[in-house]
Design a protein around this ligand. Sequence first.
Ligand code: C5P
Length: 229
Amino acid sequence: MNSPLHDHSAPVLTIDGPSGSGKGTISRLVAARLGWNYLDSGALYRAVGVAAGWADLDLADPAALVRCTFDTEIGFREDASGELRVLVNDVDATDELRTETAGAAASAIAAIPEVRAALKDRQRAFRRMPGLVADGRDMGTVIFPDASYKVFLTASAEERAERRYKQLKDKGVSVNLDGLLREILARDARDASRAVAPLRPAEDAVRIDTTGLGIEDVVERVLALLPAR
Ligand code: C5P
């Protein structure tokens, strides 16, 4: 078996930014418009967080979490309506992955260097023709530093909390806006201050502040960075 793990010639567009900046929505839409593959790297960290929860692991025990990372199978598949489902050890964990508990566990786990190293090749394996849109925190800085196109999305913390609030409300989850804002600020601080792969824009990333912008405006701005098709 000498088939390559990934296709190095496939073009990559990285979209990094803090939680609630709209990365996920924008990345999925851009990938669909380009007909490229899509990597939701946060889902990998969330999947390990969920698996750690199922196994009742202590989030303060790095060795157990590193073992859990190696032992956790993570699969992606589209359902009949085209929605991306995430399988953790063959169990559909898509809804659980989106909870704040999974996000907080992911953020704690993501600070462990060995966990990040263990997930590197799994992320790079998504690089396949005709191209890849990779969404995360360190796509442009660590995982695909040679990407041809790099974007860093931002938005004010207040707007990000409001977006999240609306998303959860639409799903029938009752939440408190101030609590969400506090969680977002805490997660930002943890993601930006960790020693390994902290959240920061790649030097060659184009920054787009999405505060007050509609989804379609942002999609157009991102697509405008690529050669006309
Ligand atoms: O993007 P999402 O909110 O799903 O990510 C969940 C957590 O996973 C983030 O708060 C961050 O700590 C971590 N993460 C990361 N590197 C990535 C993607 C996510 O550290 N590339």
